[in-house]
Design a protein around this ligand. Structure first.
Ligand SMILES: [Zn+2]
Ligand SMILES: [Zn+2]
Length: 150
């Protein structure tokens, strides 16, 4: 099923439309995501077959060198710095930073990763998948999202 995702950065210079299929939504409690989000955790909404249209403004890019040796393209508003998209270079999955979406109502993560470094005051829903670090693969997170959104 093809879905449409509309969002913008904090200063509203960047507006985007992503068309594609949502694959999963999870929260990451790693210290890197804490620093990147300047908050307690990061969220990632994965989109397959994503077609990105930047409707206004301009995204800048910073390339992050990941511990795995791979590189991640991190795109953000050049005016206000809001991080909007992540994509591992060579991957066909686009990750939207879902707090930038205009509609954030149904954004319930189906799992939490890197719980070893999560802030102690965060209590995770018992139904959600949890991983102390990086999952070996994301199959279960994708399956859980699919069964919740079938
Ligand atoms: Zn902006
Ligand atoms: Zn993380």
């Amino acid at each position: 099923m093809t879905e449409k995702f509309v969002g913008q950065c904090q200063c509203a210079a960047v507006n985007y439309l992503v068309t594609g299929t949502s694959a999963t939504l999870f929260a990451c409690h790693c210290t890197d995501c804490q620093r990147q989000s300047a908050s307690a955790f990061g969220m990632a909404l994965w989109i397959k077959n994503a077609q990105v249209e930047v409707l206004s403004g301009e995204l800048k890019e910073w390339v992050r060198h990941m511990p795995s040796g791979r590189k991640m393209s991190c795109r953000f508003c050049g005016v206000c710095g809001t991080r909007v998209f992540h994509q591992v270079i060579g991957s066909d999955i686009l990750s939207i930073k879902p707090g930038t979406l205009n509609n954030t109502k149904d954004l319930v993560p189906c799992g939490h990763i890197w719980t070893d470094s999560k802030q102690e005051w965060i209590h995770i829903d018992e139904k959600a998948l949890r991983y102390t670090g990086n999952p070996e693969n994301f199959d279960a997170l994708i399956a859980a999202w699919h069964s919740d959104h079938a």
